[in-house]
Design a binder for this molecule. Structure first.
Ligand code: PXL
Length: 450
């Protein structure tokens, strides 16, 4: 396999969320092979940086030379540099290379510690900014580099122009820390032709995520290594990091950690979910007498990706599995977000057991329910007892019912209700995957006489 490689020159973060560790995850997730040069070792967790050990110039230079003498590197990222010795050796070693350089001007950690000693800011500006193709400061880093206090969007543009004058070809100022009234985050790119591009994202309800800056500059580096022009690389990296912030992880006691693997993980899970569900629908519709279990409102079978949070994370038959004479057929293919009711019941079940990710609704009559009671762990809820406030909220009835039923038996295979005015009685069969659900259907039918 032909893979393009990039190099990150950065600090090690023992908590795994930022620095070298974030860069490797991000680049790998974007299909880039990552080589690493470690500049400093930090002892830190999600609350504090406890210790910093900067490495000496000699070992930093040796790491860079080892890699460059062997592996074709298509882009280089510079992260934490800490002191003048490190700044100087990187600048001297990279100065005459023809490889694009992305510079993340890291001054301090999200948890507060100084990651560039204050007295070396001017060395940083004179030795590293002129050798980079793009520099990616956040608002406070941009203020420190430029000496401008940023109060509005005009100031952001002024600041970008000033940093460009210091020698950076392109400048991206990340607006995540910039407070404006309309809850929009603005990232501003100033390219080498003097053109501004503004990227807007809705602000999320997250104050700080550990590693998002590293993920962004690593993603820009990966896209540059893939030969995208800098502005496109920044736009793509912005989208990528936005999704990794949406999926942020509360892994320790301190600030949440950015999750750059999440996009790739979700996509690979979606593929497997589609395959397993398609196979289950094939099996179901070929089971003799399955149509006898299909209710008036028809059936659907659904399957959620791990850690599913919303209806769109759950796949189902686009339409329903319908009874046609003595056969059952799916009206259409499998689609994410296609099922509302069955998907809501899975999402509710997953709140108490993340492993139960599949379900199917079938008809509820005495004969079928008796078999279920004999064969499985069954619980139920009364739709008639549903509070009015919930009834009035579109899509909330099922969640309410499933949580009521599971409070009586949190290990149930089956949840049923006996209906209400205009609501058909229903049975929902749950399982960890669609195959388990299909096997439960087979068991019910094998025990029934027709
Ligand atoms: O997010 C900036 C950063 C970069 N590099 C290292 C870090 C941090 C933040 O904590 O620890 C090594």
């Amino acid at each position: 396999m032909l893979v393009r490689a990039a190099l990150t020159i950065a600090g090690s973060d023992s908590s795994g969320g930022a620095g070298i560790q974030a860069d490797m995850k991000t680049m790998s997730a974007l299909g880039i092979y990552s080589c690493t040069v470690i500049t400093a070792i930090t002892a830190q967790n999600t609350s504090n940086v406890d210790y910093i050990l900067p490495l000496n110039a000699d070992i930093i230079k040796k790491q860079i030379m080892s890699i460059l003498s062997d592996i074709p590197i298509h882009a280089i990222k510079i992260g934490m540099v800490y002191n003048n010795e490190i700044i100087t050796v990187i600048s001297d070693t990279l100065r005459n290379l023809k490889i694009p350089v992305v510079l993340d001007p890291i001054v301090s950690a999200g948890t507060g510690a100084q990651l560039l000693q204050r007295e070396f800011l001017s060395d940083f500006k004179t030795k590293l900014i002129p050798i980079c193709d793009v520099v990616t400061p956040n608002i406070s880093e941009a203020e420190k580099l430029s000496g401008i206090k940023i109060k509005n969007e005009m100031d952001i543009k002024k600041t970008a122009l000033k940093i460009q004058k210091q020698g950076a070809r392109n400048v991206v100022i990340k607006g995540g820390h910039f407070r404006n009234e309309d809850m929009i985050i603005i990232d501003t790119i100033l390219d080498e032709f003097g053109k501004f591009t503004v990227i807007k994202n809705p602000r999320m309800n997250i104050v700080e995520t550990h590693g998002s800056g590293c993920n962004f500059s690593a993603a820009v580096t990966a896209f540059v290594a893939l030969k995208f022009p800098i502005v496109n690389a920044c736009i793509m990296a912005n989208k990528y990091v936005h999704n990794s912030i949406v999926n942020t992880l509360k892994i320790g006691k301190g600030i949440p950690v950015n999750n750059p693997i999440s996009t790739m993980y979700e996509e690979s899970c979606k593929y497997r979910v589609m395959e397993e569900l398609t196979n289950a629908v094939d099996q179901l519709t070929n089971i003799k007498n399955f149509e006898k279990l299909i209710p008036e409102t028809q059936s659907n079978i659904a399957y959620a990706i791990p850690y599913a949070k919303k209806i769109e994370d759950v796949a189902g038959v686009n339409g329903r599995i319908v009874k046609v004479g003595d056969r059952s057929i799916p009206t259409s293919g499998i689609k994410f977000g296609a099922s509302r009711h069955v998907a809501s019941s899975i999402l509710e079940y997953m709140k108490i057991n993340q492993l139960v990710r599949s379900a199917l609704n079938i008809k509820n009559n005495k004969k079928i329910l008796d078999k279920c009671n004999r064969l499985f762990r069954v619980t139920h809820y009364e739709r008639k007892l549903e509070p009015k406030t919930i009834k009035n909220k579109e899509g909330k009835s099922i969640s309410w019912g499933v949580s009521q039923a599971l409070s009586k038996n949190p290990d149930a295979d089956i949840i049923y209700h006996t209906g209400d005015m205009g609501k058909e009685p229903m049975i929902i069969i749950f399982g960890q995957n669609p195959q388990e659900v299909v096997d439960k259907v087979k068991k019910i039918l094998n025990n029934m006489k027709f």
